[in-house]
Design a binder for this molecule. Structure first.
Ligand SMILES: [Mg+2]
Length: 278
């Protein structure tokens, strides 16, 4: 891919790649289609970028999604030492150390908050008719994911068709969310997937995770570029704008490949080394 093939919507013009020390990416609809693995061309582009810059992937998805969508698609290469992974918006942080992926930290809900969330989820679900009979529930209704408690009305292993039919307009999830919020004032309650409601610590978003990594690596905002598909106000990438970092809006992985190509072209000569491990 050449600079000439870039569209005006995603051009990398004006980017001084040589001054960048970290390139951060959203995952779903930025590096890959939602919940899908990254494609081989994206894996190659990331490996090339990792030879010049530290790279962060940050998403609301859990560690398991990172393993299947990202890590499972990358070759075992020493440049992966410059890759930083932040599942669940940076409440968890993974790095490769001596060839093995290790969790640097996990900031989980404290036990009292977690127990309160579990109790409130069951209470509200029963009150408004969202506690489905055992016969139609597949797997756990309430899952403790450490940094997040998730209610799944039909269970974690429910068939996709049944999940899709449970709350097509989102009104049942919104009814749960609006009743739960005042019961859990210190926690954040959000409608999640098609049958789920998520409870997390307050103030956890992508700015939280990226901000933590900037502190750990001692990065200034002008040394960081964030690439994401939901940078507009209200989008789940928008909070990073408040950090003052550079941003590039993309629509899909194809746009992201063009941004990476532009970065590689601009840093072909004057590349700074990747950020070392903290
Ligand atoms: Mg996205």
């Amino acid at each position: 891919m050449t600079a000439g093939s870039m569209t005006s919507a995603v051009h990398s013009g004006g980017l001084d790649g040589s001054a960048l020390r970290l390139v951060a990416f959203d995952l779903d609809d930025t590096l890959a289609r939602s919940k899908c693995a990254i494609e081989p061309d994206m894996a190659r582009a990331l490996i090339a970028l990792l030879a010049r810059h530290a790279v962060l992937v940050i998403s609301g998805g859990n560690t398991e999604q990172f393993r299947t969508q990202v890590l499972g698609q990358l070759p075992d290469d020493p440049v992966l030492d410059h890759l930083h992974l932040m599942p669940t918006c940076g409440t968890r942080y993974l790095r490769r150390e001596e060839g093995a992926w290790t969790q640097v930290y996990a900031h989980d809900l404290d036990p009292a908050a977690r127990d309160a969330a579990v109790a409130a989820l069951e209470q509200v679900a029963r009150e408004i008719g969202c506690w489905e009979p055992d016969e139609v529930v597949h797997g756990e209704r309430i899952e403790d994911r450490g940094s997040q408690v998730t209610f799944s009305a039909l269970g974690q292993q429910a068939p996709p068709d049944a999940k899709a039919a449970w709350d097509p307009d989102g009104s049942r999830r919104e009814a749960m969310r609006s009743r739960l919020a005042p019961l859990l004032p210190d926690l954040e309650v959000r409608a999640g997937g098609s049958t789920s409601v998520d409870v997390t610590s307050r103030g956890i978003d992508k700015a939280y995770g990226l901000g933590r990594l900037m502190e750990l690596l001692d990065l200034r905002p002008e040394e960081v570029l964030f690439v994401g598909d939901r940078l507009e106000p209200g989008g789940n990438d928008h909070p990073v704008v408040g950090l003052g970092v550079g941003t590039r809006a993309v629509r899909h992985a194809g746009d992201t490949l063009e941004v990476i190509a532009g970065l590689l072209a601009s840093t072909g000569v004057a590349a700074t080394g990747p950020v070392a491990a903290p």
